[in-house]
Design a protein around this ligand. Structure first.
Ligand SMILES: NC(=O)c1ccc[n+]([C@@H]2O[C@H](COP(=O)([O-])OP(=O)(O)OC[C@H]3O[C@@H](n4cnc5c(N)ncnc54)[C@H](OP(=O)(O)O)[C@@H]3O)[C@@H](O)[C@H]2O)c1
Length: 281
């Protein structure tokens, strides 16, 4: 019998990809839940009790919720604390309260860490410095306390060629422009299809708790250089001299080795991911 998955944030970057990817998987019946801008059959404001009740009444409680809805606008949220809590934590509370038996998969972030150390393991104590990170951590804490069936999936920048950073690089290079990238900002970007693979394994194994799904740790410069390499772009179009001026957040990378291994996989390698991405065209 097929299991029902609600994918929230179905009009967003990650959610829209997951809807397509899981729809190709015969074991699942997918219900895409769009956002307030209303692109899908089931679109609305998930911070509203009425909307979530309507979803449950009409569709029943799903087996799984992959919660991709949220607000990731880190800069804007710095001066919109209340909105951060509404968009990133209240939605989680609503869904968990009104669909308590679903396996709740929450897409969280590397921003729950302070970025002063890097290569964070699942066991590291979060210490978010941004309003965005604090609101996501609030949701994590709620789930840990109130849900018996939750997986908190922390990820770093999820990418394909349409994600902001690679798209910006490719667009600039197409006009032969040099791009200046930080050599001292580190993260662990993860190729979108690998993210899907990780989530599919989490669902398959009903893997609960906190999971890190990141890719290989690299700097922004390293990412740009590797992308230039697979795209046949001259390395002279990557300016490697830019660096942070203050002791700011500089390393949010995740050590995801244990989580990938527990799912029967290994941390995806960046060069391999970029090659796969490039070969798709
Ligand atoms: N992309 C990444 O690299 C990355 C990395 C780490 C973590 N994450 C997390 O993953 C999640 C998804 O990321 P994304 O890149 O797909 O974000 P996105 O493209 O900005 O999509 C966000 C989605 O959330 C929906 N949404 C926002 N508020 C809502 C509300 N009140 N009710 C219903 N839907 C609402 C939006 O729909 P409307 O605009 O129509 O309301 C949109 O579909 C985010 O929560 C983010 O924190 C993303």
């Amino acid at each position: 019998m097929s299991r029902t998955i609600w994918v929230t944030g179905a009009s967003g970057y990650i959610g829209s990809y997951l809807v397509d990817a899981f729809s190709n998987n015969k074991g699942f019946h997918i219900i895409p839940i769009g956002g307030r801008s209303g692109h899908s059959n089931w679109s609305g404001d998930l911070t509203s009790d009425d909307f979530v009740c309507q979803l449950v009444t009409r569709n029943g409680i799903p087996d799984i919720i992959i919660h991709c809805a949220g607000n990731k606008n880190v800069k804007w949220l710095e001066s919109n604390n209340k909105q951060a809590r509404t968009d990133n934590a209240e939605m989680v509370v609503n869904l968990c309260r009104l669909a308590p038996t679903a396996h709740f998969i929450f897409i969280s972030t590397d921003h729950v860490f302070d970025g002063m150390q890097g290569f964070y393991k699942e066991s590291h104590r979060p210490n978010p410095h941004t309003v965005y990170g604090k609101s996501k951590y609030l949701a994590e804490r709620y789930l840990r306390r109130h849900s018996k069936k939750a997986t908190i999936v922390r990820t770093s920048a999820v990418f394909d060629r349409y994600a902001a950073f690679p798209a910006m690089l490719l667009s600039a290079w197409s006009e032969n422009k040099v791009v200046s990238c930080f050599s001292d900002v580190f993260y662990s970007p993860l190729y979108l299809p690998c993210f899907y693979d990780g989530l599919a394994a989490i669902i398959d194994k009903v893997h609960l708790g906190t999971v890190h799904l990141g890719g290989e740790r690299c700097s922004r410069v390293e990412f740009a250089q590797k992308l230039a390499n697979v795209a046949g772009i001259s390395s002279s179009l990557v300016d490697t001299s830019r660096s942070l001026s203050s002791n700011d957040i500089y390393d949010l990378s995740l050590d995801s080795t244990a989580s990938w291994n527990s799912l029967g996989m290994t941390t995806p390698q960046l060069s391999r991911s970029l090659l796969d991405m490039w070969s798709i065209g």
